[in-house]
Write a protein that binds this ligand. Structure first.
Ligand SMILES: Cc1ncc(COP(=O)(O)O)c(C=O)c1O
Length: 392
């Protein structure tokens, strides 16, 4: 039976992690793995989460099943952060459920869209590789368009054209902020144009918000998505707490539906629950319970927001420092200052990326994506010098 299986393509980033681990150079630089790193190179547990976890261990008296919707206290506590003051949830048109990470939430969103009749999903490329993999697995037709232009800005015209030309049964996946892998987000003015175009189209927006708070701020990072939600009758949101609460392996996500009217929600959510049951039965509890405890306690909430701000500030400083280097050989680093989040793409070819690894111990994805949080005061000058050498 299993001899019929051809080997699946290896995960290139996992291979890179192994190569990096085997490199004995003490000044090697890892820009591959997609997690936040402090200036000391670690990815520590948030203090607010540690405190919430301690409380959870003390007070939790059962680990009995919760159901496919997970911890609804978590789902509801998160809503003001996602939807903000002009909250469409106020008129009861939004419902949500917990999901296993942002990945589970994306999976649920596209599976529900498919169940509702969507046959084609538009995706700006490059994108997070798992978007295409999830669509292929369902399967759903993926229609790619260009996310960005050569000058490091977003190709908003390509998206507007997709929206204007879309017929029935189509959806578009939009990164809410901190685009992975380019770091190139739509500007507030572009989001306004997108929202206006969406309001005149039948296309269903699916918004993937995986890095909320890692770009410009909690409000700023959600503003584009909220402009869209204010303009359209229906939308799906896939949210991850794995980066902005540092819970990566605990798999904490949420999935929200904004429906045309509140009365449509029970049928929609019963379908979402059925899909969740068939996929993972119910999401893991621990991380989401810890997030709920943080959000229910104003002191822990403030501590979490401070910790998030420290991360954001550090990434902005790294971006400013890289941008200040300006033209480095054939590479223009100035757009990095206007980009957001963990990632940016450098226009390097395969040979240059291999030379960075072999000659300088600099590890980055084969696409040229770098994780800016892999850079520190101690290694950034070396990195810029290495870039100058390979791109010179
Ligand atoms: C754009 C995007 N969406 C969703 C996810 C999923 O995140 P999670 O680790 O919470 O599953 C990621 C993670 O890398 C991502 O980059």
């Amino acid at each position: 039976m299993f001899e019929r299986l051809a080997p699946a393509a290896p995960d290139a980033l996992l291979a890179l992690i192994k190569l990096h681990a085997a490199d004995e150079r003490s000044d090697k630089i890892d820009l591959g793995v997609g997690v936040y790193r402090t200036g000391q190179g670690g990815t520590p547990v948030f203090g607010a989460i540690k405190a919430a976890e301690a409380r959870l261990v003390e007070t939790q008296d059962s680990k009995s099943y919760l159901g496919p919707e997970g911890d609804m206290g978590f789902v509801e506590a998160l809503m003001p952060y996602v939807f903000g003051e002009d909250d469409p949830t106020m008129d009861g048109r939004v419902a949500g459920m917990q999901a296993p990470g942002g990945t589970g939430a994306v999976r649920l969103a596209v599976a529900l869209a498919k169940a509702a009749g969507v046959t084609r999903v538009h995706l700006g490329v490059p994108s997070w590789p798992n978007h295409a993999q999830i669509l292929a697995d369902l399967p759903l037709e993926m229609a790619p368009f260009d996310h960005d232009c050569d000058d490091g800005t977003a190709n908003v015209e390509a998206l507007l054209e997709v929206i204007r030309n879309a017929g029935d049964h189509e959806a578009v996946i939009l990164h809410g902020c901190c685009h992975n892998p380019t770091g190139i987000d739509y500007t507030p003015d572009q989001w306004r144009q997108i929202a206006e175009a969406l309001s005149m189209s039948k296309i269903l927006p699916i918004i993937d918000l995986a890095y909320h708070g890692l770009g410009r701020g909690m409000e700023e990072d959600a503003a584009g998505m909220r402009a869209v939600l204010a303009a359209v009758p229906e939308a799906l949101v896939a949210y991850s707490c794995d980066k902005n609460f540092g819970l990566y392996r605990d798999r904490v996500g949420a999935f929200y539906v904004m429906a045309r009217e509140a009365s449509a929600l029970p049928a929609i959510m019963s379908n979402a629950a059925a899909l969740a049951r068939a996929n993972w039965s119910m999401p893991p509890d621990h991380g989401a319970a810890a997030v709920r405890l943080v959000l229910e306690d104003p002191k822990l909430t403030a501590q979490w927001q401070d910790e998030l701000e420290t991360m954001r500030t550090r990434m902005r400083q790294v971006r400013e420092r890289l941008a200040a280097a300006g033209q480095v050989g054939s590479l223009d680093l100035t757009p990095l200052a206007t980009q957001n989040g963990l990632f940016s793409m450098l226009a390097l070819d395969k040979d240059q990326i291999a030379r960075l690894r072999a000659d300088h111990g600099v590890y980055m994805a084969g696409s040229g994506r770098i994780n800016v949080a892999g850079l520190t005061q101690g290694n950034i000058d070396k990195f810029i010098a290495a870039l100058a050498e390979v791109a010179g």
